[in-house]
Write a protein that binds this ligand. Structure first.
Ligand SMILES: [Zn+2]
Length: 376
């Protein structure tokens, strides 16, 4: 799974799907751009520096567009199966379409998973086909050829049969349709994913000691990344399964701390420490409208000496930037939002007002009792 921090920047919205990129993606784009410049310069000594730069830039942008199209392939098929995708995040090795939940059956899982690589294969074919129309030393055709190959590589890499890559999802769908057991299929696909990752690492290390240097290290790094991703996705599946039958309503509490925006930070922290129970307060006006949330940690940005003169309203995380949940939302979704926003509780909204809060520690308690029933 990709990192899901607030370091994700919003880029554009296509067909109602928000395209975000992770900060690491910028570094990758620059690296690709530089590598491409070097490549074009080496194979086309006759090109001017301007031509090399322009070709590298255009290629990098079109590569980026190719990755977005791959993800849109997944997203649009998912939507056709009633699984809306709201966000596509681009990160180090490509992108991830965040499905709102797991597919309901093996057939839709298979089609959603295969759609991305199919888009890449078609793109690869079209680019390569166009690239054959002229000499590969003419900039336009050099760019088309490179894009053709890289899209095929993208398709192949994603088809490695290790979960959570597309190929791993395809494998899970095939296992799932034969054994009808989603969890068992996920576990097997994850094991295969770890196996593939180990093979990548071993080949990478072996190549490195054979003197292949950087390319070996790259392979080992990709392997390590896959290994981590496989473990994370498995844990996520476990959590989703354990919490699957519960919604926010099951664990909500009507008790929470609330303050008005006009009180000082000094008053806020006194109130919070007097209660002992709360580490955050909802900021609400006298008409019960939710304005924001403030935690004790938010006070760190303000020097202690200014606490008496700074208001809660000036420091709180405003309504527009905070996460909320609905009573009918799945607990795993609430947990994910807490992680994304780095908070321990979320207000529950219903009928235009706040009806209570849901706290992370209560979800964790439930999770522990589900995964380890009767255990300590
Ligand atoms: Zn994909």
């Amino acid at each position: 799974m990709p990192p899901r921090r607030s370091s994700n920047r919003r880029l554009a919205t296509i067909a109602g799907i928000e395209i975000q990129f992770h900060a690491s993606w910028v570094i990758i784009l620059v690296l690709i751009g530089l590598t491409l410049g070097e490549y074009f310069r080496t194979f086309n000594p006759g090109w001017s520096s301007f031509t090399v730069g322009a070709a590298a830039t255009v290629t990098t942008i079109l590569f980026f567009v190719s990755v977005v199209l791959h993800e849109l392939g997944h997203s649009l098929v998912a939507r056709a199966y009633g699984l809306p995708v709201h966000v596509i995040t681009l990160f180090v090795f490509g992108g991830v379409s965040e499905l709102s939940r797991e597919p309901d059956d093996a057939r839709s899982e298979f089609r959603i998973a295969i759609a991305g690589p199919l888009v890449s294969i078609v793109l690869g074919g079209v680019f390569l086909g166009l690239g054959q129309l002229g000499s590969s030393h003419v900039p336009v055709f050099a760019v088309l050829n490179w894009l053709g190959w890289i899209n095929l590589v993208l398709a192949l890499f994603n088809l490695v049969p290790g979960f959570p890559l597309d190929g791993g999802r395809v494998l899970r769908a095939i296992l799932w349709s034969s054994n009808k057991d989603f969890i068992k299929s996920t576990r097997w696909a994850t094991q295969v994913g770890k196996g593939c990752a180990m093979i990548f690492i071993l080949i990478g290390v072996w190549e490195f000691f054979q003197g292949e240097g950087l390319s070996g290290l790259w392979l080992a790094f990709i392997g390590w990344f896959l290994l981590t991703a496989a473990e994370q996705s498995w844990r996520q599946t476990e959590v989703r399964t354990a919490l699957g039958n519960y919604t926010v309503r099951d664990l909500e509490t009507p008790f929470f701390s609330r303050v008005t925006p006009d009180i000082s930070l000094e008053e806020f922290i006194n109130e919070l420490s007097a209660s002992h129970r709360y580490r955050a307060s909802l900021v609400m006006d006298l008409d019960d409208h939710l304005l924001g949330i403030i935690t004790a940690a938010d006070l760190n940005q303000i020097p202690r000496a200014q606490w008496a003169t700074t208001t809660v309203g000036a420091v709180m995380v405003p309504r527009a930037a905070m996460a909320t949940v609905l009573p009918t939302e799945e607990l795993s979704s609430a947990l994910r939002k807490m992680a994304e926003h780095n908070v321990g509780q979320l207000p529950i909204l219903a009928d235009g007002g706040v009806r209570g809060v849901i706290r992370r520690d209560r979800i964790i308690e439930l999770l522990q009792s589900q995964i380890n029933p009767g255990g300590a």
